[in-house]
Design a protein around this ligand. Structure first.
Ligand SMILES: C[S@@+](CC[C@H](N)C(=O)[O-])C[C@H]1O[C@@H](n2cnc3c(N)ncnc32)[C@H](O)[C@@H]1O
Length: 230
């Protein structure tokens, strides 16, 4: 089974409860990480911003809260998009689509955000090139992802993702139990294949410059951002 198929079935049952439990299971850090992500994006007034893997629209909502802009959201999950539409109505233009094959012209956005996406695609390098393609030269591209903490925090993280997350997920629902079991191996496996230096190299190889990153919350989250080369 490809990771793309895994992601579709994983998120299908989560839409209505996603925001509440994502915040709870990240000890309230997840909304704070989105705020930091959006603070990294240069959004001139009236700009058009694409939010990929928009899910229930939490990043799209934060973009609207912070900037005067038009936001377009894309996600492959109709169930997550249904929740996004319920929440944001026509304040955001939502499209069902895949990050690997975006239904937009070259350079048609002033900036782009994406969240928790690269672990779910088969070829992260090709996906980065596709994301960069739709952003105009000079536009910001910014991402939020989980990360693996270092030093003394690593064993605590292993206990959390290995035992606590699956157990709490099980108490919530079968869908969250699946997520609780999936997340630790997914995050660990991604950084084994793409340590942070290699991941940042994929950004540069996709034509993104001034690439920077910041680890958040003891290293449990990471925000990466850069500028589409001219
Ligand atoms: C963990 S959710 C994140 C949602 C939201 N951005 C947030 O901040 O909470 C990940 C989302 O990525 C979407 N997704 C996964 N792979 C995708 C792909 N290849 N193309 C588009 N969306 C994808 C899933 O459907 C899901 O809604």
């Amino acid at each position: 089974m490809t990771v793309a198929v895994t992601a579709r079935s994983l998120f299908a049952p989560l839409g209505p409860t996603y925001d509440r439990y994502a915040a709870l299971l990240s000890f309230g850090q997840d909304p704070r990480w989105r705020q930091y992500l959006v603070s990294r994006v240069q959004v001139p007034p009236g700009a058009k911003v694409l939010d990929v893997a928009t899910g229930t629209g939490a990043v799209a909502a934060e973009l609207l809260r912070r900037h005067v802009c038009r936001v377009v959201g894309v996600d492959q999950s109709p169930e997550m998009l249904a929740e996004a539409r319920r929440r944001l109505g026509n304040r955001v233009e939502f499209h069902e689509g895949r990050a690997e094959d975006l239904p937009f012209d070259d350079a048609s956005f002033d900036a782009l955000t994406f969240t928790y996406l690269l672990r779910y695609v088969d070829d992260p390098g090709a996906t980065m090139r596709e994301l960069a393609r739709v952003v105009r030269p000079g536009g910001t591209i910014a991402m939020l992802e989980f990360a693996v903490p270092r030093g003394p925090w690593r064993p605590l993280w292993e206990v959390y993702v290995g035992a606590v997350l699956p157990a709490v997920g099980r108490l919530i629902s079968p869908g969250w139990h699946e997520v609780g079991r999936f997340l630790g191996p997914s995050i660990r496996g991604f950084y084994e294949r793409y340590p942070i230096g290699r991941m940042l190299a994929l950004w540069r190889e996709a034509g993104i410059e001034d690439v920077r990153c910041r680890r958040l919350s003891l290293g449990g989250g990471i925000v990466v951002w850069g500028r589409r080369a001219g």
